[in-house]
Write a protein that binds this ligand. Structure first.
Ligand SMILES: Cc1ncc(COP(=O)(O)O)c(C=O)c1O
Length: 356
């Protein structure tokens, strides 16, 4: 690469926006990134302390990752040869995109879809076909299926971020069955929904399911994702495509330990589902918003033109939610993460006061 080519490549990349992280506000109630605060901080702290005791960070994590893979395989009820791990599901999605897609492959997804995925497609100049959500923030499977004929790869976050929508299980199964190409299902929020497609990876070689410890397990800061797919794909993924040591020792050990606390984790998932229903109900009762159903740990609502005012006023009161702007026919959308009961009550009270 000549100096000139190097600078012109940088000039080309500079035009890209990159993934838009939420603004960082110190000391606020963080309801902007779909993290999990229902999980007790002490539980995670104890876990990390135990992980640290089991670790010797002078060593490369040789052999440890395999134990994590076995624990995950046990959790998802698949053979360990069908499980790969990565530095967050972001990194796994990136590996899949950079190796299996190109300028010549068309990826079909929804509009909106997971922002990071979209930005990565732009980076690799992968053309995308985006199917818009209907006014009620749902997708029509027949429409999706018929348009999929133009695509080589389908990517769906299921449930979708930011709408919270998920196709019915039989609909998405039909899609995997009928589509003559690769289907990537991102189940980052899978545990908050009604089903997972994990077991279908045994039946369909063209299906890749990507999952994470960032949401249900409350380990976003440790960066731990995993991928479930046919043995041949996982072999190539883990042996050839993935870094030799994608995860640090503490993350690996914490992943193994958190899976031993699965009952406690599942209790928090249940609380989140109940709190999600409460938030949806209370927001609807105000009559001021269009509030969409959700199968994830967040709720999307259209503030009917008041989005900027509400976002700023909440922030002034120390509550950070996500401002998303226009989505389809809805001009001013906001997304709030389901937090602890207390956090949610504070959010709902603040909303009530703002509407007075
Ligand atoms: C749909 C979706 N997939 C993947 C991720 C990233 O997860 P991770 O923390 O494992 O990189 C997110 C995070 O917000 C997400 O919304």
């Amino acid at each position: 690469m000549t100096k000139k080519q190097f600078t012109s490549k940088i000039d080309e990349l500079v035009k890209l926006q990159g993934y838009q992280k939420p603004e960082y506000h110190f000391g606020v109630l963080k309801l902007d990134s779909n993290e999990n605060f229902v999980i007790n901080k002490q539980l995670q702290q104890d876990l990390i302390n135990a992980a640290q005791k089991n670790s010797d960070v002078r060593e490369y994590p040789l052999g440890r990752a395999e134990r994590l893979v076995e624990s995950i395989a046990n959790y998802v009820n698949l053979p360990k040869q069908m499980v790969g791990i990565g530095n967050g599901s972001d990194q796994i999605l990136d590996i899949i995109l950079s190796n299996f897609a190109s300028k010549k492959t068309k990826i079909m997804t929804s509009n909106p879809t997971f922002g990071f995925f979209e930005e990565r497609c732009k980076l690799y100049q992968i053309p995308t076909i985006k199917i818009p959500f209907a006014k009620d923030m749902t997708l029509d499977i027949a429409d999706f299926l018929s348009k999929s004929k133009q695509a080589d790869i389908i990517y769906l976050d299921s449930p979708n971020n930011p709408t919270g929508f998920q196709f019915k299980k039989d609909e998405i199964t039909e899609l995997v069955k009928k589509f003559d190409g690769l289907v990537i299902i991102d189940e980052a929020y899978g545990e908050f929904s009604d089903y997972s497609l994990a077991s279908l990876t045994k039946k369909f070689e063209n299906l890749i399911v990507v999952k994470t410890f960032s949401k249900t397990f409350g380990l976003a800061g440790l960066r731990l994702g995993y991928v479930l797919a046919d043995k041949k794909f996982i072999d190539v993924f883990s042996r050839v495509l993935q870094y030799p040591y994608p995860l640090n020792t503490l993350t690996i050990e914490s992943g193994i330990l958190v899976l031993q606390k699965i009952n406690q984790i599942q209790e928090t998932t249940q609380i989140i589902k109940e709190e999600r229903a409460r938030i949806i109900k209370k927001l609807r009762e105000t009559g001021a918003f269009d509030v969409f159903d959700s199968k994830a740990n967040f709720v999307l609502f259209d503030a009917r033109g008041a989005d900027k005012r509400i976002y700023t006023a909440l922030l002034e009161q120390g509550i950070s939610i996500r401002k998303l702007g226009k989505i389809g026919k809805h001009e001013g959308c906001l997304r709030v993460t389901v937090g602890t009961k207390d956090m949610n009550s504070k959010f709902l009270l603040a909303i009530r006061d703002l509407l007075k």
